[in-house]
Design a protein around this ligand. Structure first.
Ligand SMILES: Nc1ncnc2c1ncn2[C@@H]1O[C@H](COP(=O)(O)OP(=O)(O)OP(=O)(O)O)[C@@H](O)[C@H]1O
Ligand SMILES: [Mg+2]
Length: 248
Protein backbone atom coordinates (compact mmCIF):
# COMPACT_ATOMS: atom_id res chain seq x y z
CA UNK A 1 0.00 0.00 0.00
CA UNK A 2 1.28 3.44 -0.94
CA UNK A 3 1.23 6.27 1.59
CA UNK A 4 2.08 9.11 -0.77
CA UNK A 5 2.02 9.01 -4.55
CA UNK A 6 2.92 11.94 -6.80
CA UNK A 7 2.34 11.61 -10.53
CA UNK A 8 3.90 14.20 -12.85
CA UNK A 9 3.32 16.97 -10.31
CA UNK A 10 3.98 20.49 -11.50
CA UNK A 11 3.74 23.83 -9.75
CA UNK A 12 4.25 27.28 -11.16
CA UNK A 13 4.33 30.57 -9.31
CA UNK A 14 3.47 33.13 -11.95
CA UNK A 15 5.50 32.17 -14.98
CA UNK A 16 8.17 30.28 -13.10
CA UNK A 17 7.79 26.53 -12.91
CA UNK A 18 9.18 25.55 -9.50
CA UNK A 19 8.16 21.86 -9.46
CA UNK A 20 8.77 20.33 -12.85
CA UNK A 21 7.14 16.94 -13.25
CA UNK A 22 7.83 15.09 -10.02
CA UNK A 23 6.98 11.39 -9.71
CA UNK A 24 7.37 9.88 -6.29
CA UNK A 25 5.87 6.85 -4.60
CA UNK A 26 6.40 6.28 -0.89
CA UNK A 27 5.25 2.94 0.53
CA UNK A 28 3.59 2.82 3.93
CA UNK A 29 6.07 2.55 6.76
CA UNK A 30 9.02 3.97 4.83
CA UNK A 31 11.29 6.68 6.21
CA UNK A 32 11.99 8.86 3.22
CA UNK A 33 14.24 11.92 2.98
CA UNK A 34 14.15 14.64 0.35
CA UNK A 35 17.44 16.41 -0.14
CA UNK A 36 18.59 19.06 -2.56
CA UNK A 37 20.13 22.52 -2.72
CA UNK A 38 18.44 25.65 -1.36
CA UNK A 39 15.55 26.71 -3.53
CA UNK A 40 15.19 23.26 -5.15
CA UNK A 41 11.50 23.20 -4.23
CA UNK A 42 11.54 20.87 -1.22
CA UNK A 43 9.30 22.99 1.00
CA UNK A 44 7.08 23.73 -1.98
CA UNK A 45 6.64 19.98 -2.45
CA UNK A 46 5.53 19.74 1.19
CA UNK A 47 3.12 22.63 0.62
CA UNK A 48 1.62 20.76 -2.33
CA UNK A 49 1.36 17.41 -0.55
CA UNK A 50 -0.22 18.98 2.54
CA UNK A 51 -2.61 21.05 0.44
CA UNK A 52 -1.34 24.49 1.38
CA UNK A 53 -1.01 25.31 -2.33
CA UNK A 54 -2.91 23.72 -5.21
CA UNK A 55 -0.83 21.90 -7.82
CA UNK A 56 -0.72 23.31 -11.34
CA UNK A 57 -1.01 19.85 -12.92
CA UNK A 58 -0.50 16.18 -12.16
CA UNK A 59 -1.96 14.28 -9.23
CA UNK A 60 -1.26 13.52 -5.59
CA UNK A 61 -2.65 10.63 -3.58
CA UNK A 62 -2.48 10.28 0.19
CA UNK A 63 -3.33 6.85 1.57
CA UNK A 64 -4.84 5.93 -1.77
CA UNK A 65 -7.09 8.99 -2.02
CA UNK A 66 -6.69 11.85 -4.47
CA UNK A 67 -6.10 15.17 -2.71
CA UNK A 68 -7.40 17.22 -5.62
CA UNK A 69 -9.51 20.08 -4.32
CA UNK A 70 -8.99 19.17 -0.66
CA UNK A 71 -8.15 21.76 1.99
CA UNK A 72 -5.17 21.13 4.33
CA UNK A 73 -7.40 19.98 7.21
CA UNK A 74 -9.14 17.51 4.89
CA UNK A 75 -5.80 16.06 3.82
CA UNK A 76 -4.90 15.94 7.50
CA UNK A 77 -7.97 13.80 8.04
CA UNK A 78 -6.66 11.36 5.42
CA UNK A 79 -3.86 10.70 7.92
CA UNK A 80 -1.16 13.22 7.04
CA UNK A 81 0.38 15.70 9.44
CA UNK A 82 3.20 18.17 8.79
CA UNK A 83 5.60 20.37 10.67
CA UNK A 84 6.92 23.65 9.36
CA UNK A 85 10.45 24.80 8.59
CA UNK A 86 9.92 27.56 11.14
CA UNK A 87 9.08 26.73 14.73
CA UNK A 88 5.35 26.94 15.30
CA UNK A 89 4.65 26.36 18.96
CA UNK A 90 2.66 28.68 21.22
CA UNK A 91 5.42 30.28 23.33
CA UNK A 92 3.12 31.74 26.00
CA UNK A 93 1.31 28.51 26.71
CA UNK A 94 2.80 25.77 28.84
CA UNK A 95 4.32 22.67 27.30
CA UNK A 96 1.33 20.66 28.50
CA UNK A 97 -1.14 23.16 27.03
CA UNK A 98 0.70 23.10 23.71
CA UNK A 99 0.37 19.34 23.50
CA UNK A 100 -3.24 19.41 24.59
CA UNK A 101 -3.89 22.08 22.00
CA UNK A 102 -2.31 19.83 19.36
CA UNK A 103 -4.57 16.97 20.42
CA UNK A 104 -7.67 19.17 20.34
CA UNK A 105 -6.65 20.62 17.01
CA UNK A 106 -6.37 17.12 15.63
CA UNK A 107 -9.88 16.37 16.87
CA UNK A 108 -11.16 19.31 14.85
CA UNK A 109 -11.73 21.79 17.67
CA UNK A 110 -9.46 24.45 16.16
CA UNK A 111 -9.38 27.56 18.33
CA UNK A 112 -12.82 27.31 19.88
CA UNK A 113 -11.73 24.69 22.38
CA UNK A 114 -11.61 26.77 25.54
CA UNK A 115 -15.30 26.11 26.13
CA UNK A 116 -14.43 22.50 26.64
CA UNK A 117 -11.47 22.69 28.98
CA UNK A 118 -11.86 20.68 32.12
CA UNK A 119 -14.14 17.99 30.77
CA UNK A 120 -11.43 16.21 28.84
CA UNK A 121 -9.96 13.56 31.11
CA UNK A 122 -8.97 11.15 28.35
CA UNK A 123 -7.35 14.05 26.58
CA UNK A 124 -5.20 14.98 29.57
CA UNK A 125 -4.02 11.40 29.91
CA UNK A 126 -3.12 11.30 26.26
CA UNK A 127 -1.20 14.55 26.59
CA UNK A 128 0.75 13.18 29.57
CA UNK A 129 1.62 10.03 27.63
CA UNK A 130 2.82 12.03 24.68
CA UNK A 131 4.96 14.25 26.91
CA UNK A 132 6.62 11.10 28.25
CA UNK A 133 7.41 9.91 24.73
CA UNK A 134 8.92 13.31 23.94
CA UNK A 135 11.04 13.29 27.14
CA UNK A 136 9.29 16.53 28.08
CA UNK A 137 7.29 15.35 31.10
CA UNK A 138 9.65 17.22 33.43
CA UNK A 139 8.92 20.42 31.54
CA UNK A 140 5.15 20.13 31.42
CA UNK A 141 4.38 23.37 33.32
CA UNK A 142 7.06 25.50 31.75
CA UNK A 143 6.06 28.13 29.19
CA UNK A 144 6.98 26.65 25.83
CA UNK A 145 8.89 29.79 24.87
CA UNK A 146 11.34 29.10 27.71
CA UNK A 147 12.31 25.64 26.47
CA UNK A 148 15.70 25.16 24.83
CA UNK A 149 15.68 25.29 21.06
CA UNK A 150 15.98 21.50 20.75
CA UNK A 151 13.16 21.00 23.23
CA UNK A 152 10.97 23.41 21.28
CA UNK A 153 11.56 21.37 18.14
CA UNK A 154 10.75 18.19 20.07
CA UNK A 155 7.51 19.80 21.24
CA UNK A 156 6.75 20.77 17.69
CA UNK A 157 7.21 17.19 16.55
CA UNK A 158 4.89 16.22 19.38
CA UNK A 159 2.23 18.64 18.15
CA UNK A 160 2.71 17.27 14.63
CA UNK A 161 2.12 13.67 15.70
CA UNK A 162 -0.55 14.50 18.31
CA UNK A 163 -3.44 13.64 16.02
CA UNK A 164 -2.19 10.12 15.45
CA UNK A 165 -1.57 10.65 11.72
CA UNK A 166 0.17 7.70 10.10
CA UNK A 167 2.10 9.92 7.67
CA UNK A 168 4.40 12.58 9.12
CA UNK A 169 6.10 15.34 7.16
CA UNK A 170 8.99 17.10 8.86
CA UNK A 171 10.69 20.08 7.23
CA UNK A 172 14.29 20.38 8.42
CA UNK A 173 13.68 19.02 11.92
CA UNK A 174 17.31 19.46 13.00
CA UNK A 175 17.99 22.86 11.44
CA UNK A 176 20.05 25.09 13.71
CA UNK A 177 20.83 22.33 16.21
CA UNK A 178 24.16 21.47 17.79
CA UNK A 179 25.66 18.00 17.40
CA UNK A 180 24.21 16.66 20.63
CA UNK A 181 20.82 18.28 20.03
CA UNK A 182 20.77 16.66 16.59
CA UNK A 183 21.50 13.22 18.08
CA UNK A 184 18.67 13.75 20.52
CA UNK A 185 16.30 14.81 17.72
CA UNK A 186 17.22 11.84 15.52
CA UNK A 187 16.53 9.45 18.36
CA UNK A 188 13.20 11.16 19.01
CA UNK A 189 12.19 11.14 15.34
CA UNK A 190 13.11 7.47 15.05
CA UNK A 191 10.95 6.62 18.06
CA UNK A 192 7.88 8.68 17.19
CA UNK A 193 7.90 7.57 13.55
CA UNK A 194 8.03 3.88 14.47
CA UNK A 195 5.40 2.07 12.39
CA UNK A 196 4.50 5.26 10.49
CA UNK A 197 5.48 6.77 7.19
CA UNK A 198 8.00 9.57 7.54
CA UNK A 199 8.79 12.10 4.85
CA UNK A 200 11.40 14.65 5.81
CA UNK A 201 13.37 17.43 4.23
CA UNK A 202 16.81 17.61 5.77
CA UNK A 203 20.15 19.24 5.01
CA UNK A 204 22.20 17.34 7.60
CA UNK A 205 23.58 14.32 5.74
CA UNK A 206 24.33 12.50 8.98
CA UNK A 207 20.64 12.68 9.85
CA UNK A 208 19.55 11.72 6.34
CA UNK A 209 21.81 8.70 6.05
CA UNK A 210 21.10 7.70 9.64
CA UNK A 211 17.31 7.76 9.37
CA UNK A 212 16.18 7.30 5.78
CA UNK A 213 15.27 4.01 4.13
CA UNK A 214 15.20 5.84 0.83
CA UNK A 215 16.34 9.24 -0.39
CA UNK A 216 15.03 11.45 -3.17
CA UNK A 217 17.27 14.15 -4.60
CA UNK A 218 15.47 17.22 -5.90
CA UNK A 219 17.36 19.73 -8.03
CA UNK A 220 15.61 22.72 -9.61
CA UNK A 221 12.21 21.11 -9.16
CA UNK A 222 13.18 17.79 -10.71
CA UNK A 223 13.97 14.42 -9.16
CA UNK A 224 17.46 13.43 -10.30
CA UNK A 225 17.63 10.28 -8.16
CA UNK A 226 15.46 8.28 -5.75
CA UNK A 227 17.05 5.27 -4.17
CA UNK A 228 18.44 3.62 -1.04
CA UNK A 229 21.16 5.57 0.82
CA UNK A 230 24.12 3.51 -0.43
CA UNK A 231 23.03 3.97 -4.05
CA UNK A 232 22.53 7.70 -3.52
CA UNK A 233 25.96 7.99 -1.99
CA UNK A 234 27.48 6.30 -5.03
CA UNK A 235 25.44 8.21 -7.62
CA UNK A 236 27.76 10.40 -9.71
CA UNK A 237 25.05 12.87 -10.77
CA UNK A 238 23.98 13.34 -7.16
CA UNK A 239 27.52 13.91 -6.00
CA UNK A 240 28.02 16.49 -8.68
CA UNK A 241 24.72 18.27 -8.10
CA UNK A 242 24.68 18.27 -4.38
CA UNK A 243 26.56 15.84 -2.22
CA UNK A 244 30.03 16.59 -3.53
CA UNK A 245 30.71 19.37 -1.09
CA UNK A 246 28.88 17.93 1.91
CA UNK A 247 29.70 14.22 1.78
CA UNK A 248 33.30 14.49 0.67
N1 LIG B 1 4.56 31.22 -2.47
C1 LIG B 1 5.56 31.37 -3.36
N2 LIG B 1 5.46 32.29 -4.34
C2 LIG B 1 6.44 32.45 -5.26
N3 LIG B 1 7.58 31.74 -5.26
C3 LIG B 1 7.75 30.81 -4.31
C4 LIG B 1 6.75 30.58 -3.31
N4 LIG B 1 7.19 29.60 -2.48
C5 LIG B 1 8.40 29.24 -2.95
N5 LIG B 1 8.73 29.97 -4.04
C6 LIG B 1 9.97 29.83 -4.82
O1 LIG B 1 10.13 28.48 -5.14
C7 LIG B 1 11.48 28.09 -5.12
C8 LIG B 1 11.64 26.89 -4.22
O2 LIG B 1 11.45 27.29 -2.88
P1 LIG B 1 11.37 26.24 -1.68
O3 LIG B 1 11.14 27.02 -0.43
O4 LIG B 1 10.42 25.18 -2.01
O5 LIG B 1 12.85 25.66 -1.70
P2 LIG B 1 13.56 24.66 -0.68
O6 LIG B 1 14.09 23.53 -1.51
O7 LIG B 1 12.65 24.32 0.44
O8 LIG B 1 14.78 25.54 -0.16
P3 LIG B 1 15.49 25.58 1.28
O9 LIG B 1 16.47 24.43 1.27
O10 LIG B 1 16.22 26.89 1.25
O11 LIG B 1 14.45 25.50 2.35
C9 LIG B 1 12.27 29.32 -4.66
O12 LIG B 1 12.81 29.94 -5.78
C10 LIG B 1 11.21 30.17 -4.02
O13 LIG B 1 11.53 31.53 -4.13
MG1 LIG C 1 12.67 24.64 2.47
Amino acid sequence: MTAIKLTDVRKSFGRTEIIRGVNLSIPKGERHAIIGPNGAGKTTLFNLISGRFPITSGSIEVNGRSTAGLAPQEINRLGLSRSFQITSIFPRMTVFENIRCGLLWARGYRYSFWHLLGGQKGLNEEAEALLERLNLAGRRNLLAGLLSYAEQRALEIGITIAGGADIILLDEPTAGMSHSETDYAVDLIRRVSEGKTLLMVEHDMGVVFGLADRITVLVYGEVIASDVPTAIRGNAAVREAYLGTEAA
